[in-house]
Design a protein. Sequence first.
Length: 131
Amino acid sequence: AIWVPVDPRQYYLWQGLAMLPLLTALWWLFSEIAHRLAGPGPEAGTRTALGFAYAVPMLAHVAVEMLVYLVAGWDRLALVAAISLPAASLWVWALAALALRVLHRASWPRAILASFVGLAVQAAAGALVLR
């Protein structure tokens, strides 16, 4: 992480403590941008749907990584993460685009672009503090 003044040996401890508020802030940023870019639609319903679109794939990703770590150890984690994180990211993008398509009645291209921009901005913001 670029902007976190923490002893590198304790980084993951601090990251673990900060994950809930950080992911909440990143979800809010993502949902705000995607909601505004998708066109007219219900704000509360959109935030709820995008919350599920954001959380469910990420929980599945973390569960897979935890299982692999417990069963196969740290050495296998990098290989699994190279597959599970991109898969979870695409799943979030697909669910978010679907939610925007339904709730905002946006065209597919607009829903896909709005969700992509929202996710790209939150990923850039998260990269400042997450490894």
